[in-house]
Design a protein around this ligand. Sequence first.
Ligand code: GLP
Length: 264
Amino acid sequence: MLVILKRGSGEIDEQAAQILAGAIKKKPALTLGLATGGTMVGVYENLVRLHKTGSVDFSQVVTFNLYEYLGLPASHPQSFRHFTQKHFFRHVNVQPGNIHIPDGSIRGNYEQYCESYEQAICAAGGIDLQLLGIGRNGHIGFNEPTSSLASRTRLKVLSRETLDDNAKFFGTGEEAPQCAITMGIGTILKARKILLLATGASKAAAIVKSIEGPVTSAVSASALQLHPDVTFLLDAPAASRLTQREYYERVLKMTALLTPDRLS
Ligand code: GLP
């Protein structure tokens, strides 16, 4: 596990975009797992900028979004399809046929649908690089606390905390979705490389539990401790409760010296 500490979110956005662009340069047909949420907006802005200046070409990249709300049409402004379209896809050259996002409008046969999403990931050769944010309760994707650490893509009921966090995005009187179709923790752990970003003090408790706490289904992101190639990219407020910051900084320096490839 690599923990990269940055001062502010601007530096995180830039470095995350550099890591993603670097991975695409190394493997133009990269399979990329995409995340959404406020933390990701600046990352996509940077990626779009790199694309517009000719530094990254998405023409062969295949994408899989982590989740979608159940019951929202794709056109709904709060759907994650809409988010990714608005902040990323419409500005770059990912081929529409290479974009995969769970369909929030399906009714019934959820298991079969979710299995087909897993199969599509397999058929694409598995996810090379998975981008992640983190919920205040330590969830990754929409894998709420107590999700099985072996879970695969499935229907998940959202926790009260997540519903409260997301309520502000829906209009008064509008019913916010209670469920999502999300990749499971087991799905995420199969990605070859994982990059988790967290900014702001509201994520500090989740971050310290994920990195320094025990592996537990009570904090989904703690399962990342089981992954051989995960990088946490954190700003100072999100990292503020980590007890081994000095060690992480030394590890980073030595990594840059001895195995710089690990950082790109
Ligand atoms: C949602 C998503 C998470 C995301 C989290 C944090 O609940 N399911 O994947 O990481 O929110 O979002 P933000 O980046 O807006 O803090």
